[in-house]
Design a protein around this ligand. Structure first.
Ligand SMILES: *Cc1c(COP(=O)(O)O)cnc(C)c1O
Length: 388
């Protein structure tokens, strides 16, 4: 009997168990406590931004980040179409309307070219968006060398959805600090998990204080319950923050492991790269390009297979031996929930969705697990490129 292999299973063990028990025994079962405060301080240390607020999910963090940059009823927000649905849903939560922008091919993140075209169009008709959400997809930063100056030129703030990219960098700057406010997720499948959780980081403590206030029902200091605006119950609990601290202490190690797993897939299937000798088009595999502007955190190894048929066969073959794999994110402009939303697309995200696959990438996978994925994938991809 072999064990089921997951796409991005949690990597938790003795360090995490001890941290939770310590927090439990300390008596700080209440939502706030010393581990929560320390977790936020550690996030600030990692990112270099003084304002951090730990929250109950990445989605809650996106919601409050949009409020913090002033997005409200009737506003427009540009969002990449290639993302997880939470990026778009948060826009709806504040009564605004998303408009989707397609990806570029160097990192699969938001296309600066399409972004600029959309902003120029909107500037001409006085319809500039209130914010742009830039997502760092699959553990890799977007092209901020281009995106930041474009957004600055139109004076539109950037909300960086770094939910998948904690620990990645762009020209030595940590993911989360490339825009005006950054969001992380600590969901069970993310690189660092608190089982469920998220965070916001900002360069100013005042903004962080305002977010913390909104996240705790907007309660003001008084003997009775006094609330100066409509708030939310979005704080992370102290117990989960203890788990988060243990995970953060292993972030470098876990990123290295995920990148090593990705390198193993790339090395084993490299002879199938497009253009390699004797590989029929439909048996090719193109891995997500790693753009030269930064280091990725290895979150998910993704690739484009030569044809949709071949990709579907591959997912089926892996599933038959209990290995989880999935297509890439279905573009938002194709989602029933966002049917009527405007989109500036050129087919890139649709191609990624039609032929893309995410392979098991969790840092707890053993070398033998990775070998099992490679052997099954090689057989399913067809005879070309199989080592002689
Ligand atoms: C996971 C994820 C989120 C949401 O985070 P949760 O903690 O699951 O709410 C938002 N955006 C992206 C890009 C994600 O991958």
């Amino acid at each position: 009997m072999t064990e089921r292999l997951y796409l991005s299973g949690p990597d938790v063990g003795v360090v995490e168990r001890a941290a939770i028990l310590r927090a439990f025994d300390s008596g700080w079962i209440a939502p706030v406590g010393p581990d929560l405060t320390a977790f936020e301080a550690e996030l600030s240390e990692i990112t270099g931004w003084p304002g951090s607020v730990a929250l109950s999910s990445g989605t809650a963090a996106l919601h409050l980040a949009l409020l913090a940059v002033g997005v409200g009823d009737g506003d427009d927000v540009l969002v990449p179409t290639a993302t997880f649905v939470a990026s778009a849903n948060a826009v709806r939560y504040v009564g605004a309307r998303p408009c989707f922008i397609d990806s570029e091919s160097a990192s699969w993140n938001m296309s600066p070219e399409l972004l600029e075209r959309e902003l120029a169009d909107r500037a001409r008709s006085n319809r500039l968006p209130t914010a742009v959400i830039v997502v760092d997809l699959y553990g890799q930063c977007a092209d901020y060398d281009q995106i930041v100056p474009i957004c600055r030129a139109y004076d539109v703030p950037i909300v960086e959805d770094a939910a998948e990219s904690l620990g990645a960098t762009h020209r030595d700057r940590p993911a989360g600090t490339l825009g005006d406010i950054g969001v992380f997720s600590f969901n069970g499948n993310k690189i660092v998990t608190t089982s469920g959780g998220g965070a916001i980081i900002t360069p100013t403590a005042v903004v962080a204080d305002r977010i913390r206030h909104l996240a705790t029902q907007a309660r003001v200091t008084a003997r009775h319950f006094e609330h100066d605006e409509v708030g939310y119950n979005y704080r992370l609990s102290n117990l989960l923050a203890a788990l988060g601290r243990a995970q953060l202490s292993r972030l470098t190690e876990m990123s290295e492991r995920r990148r090593a797993i990705s390198d193993a897939y790339r090395a084993a299937l490299d002879s199938r790269a497009r253009g390699a000798a004797d590989v029929p088009d439909d048996e090719t595999v193109e891995f997500m390009p790693i753009a030269p502007w930064g280091e990725w955190n290895g979150w998910l190894t993704c690739a484009i297979v030569g044809s949709t048929q071949r990709r579907d066969d591959l997912i089926r073959a892996l599933g038959a031996v209990d290995i989880e794999s999935r297509p890439l994110w279905k573009p938002m402009h194709l989602q029933p929930a966002y049917r009527d939303v405007p989109a500036l697309v050129d087919g890139t995200a649709e191609r990624l969705f039609d032929r893309g696959i995410c392979l098991p990438s969790g840092s707890a996978l053993s070398d033998a697990d990775v070998e099992r994925v490679i052997a099954t994938a090689s057989a399913a991809l067809g005879p070309a490129g199989v080592a002689q």
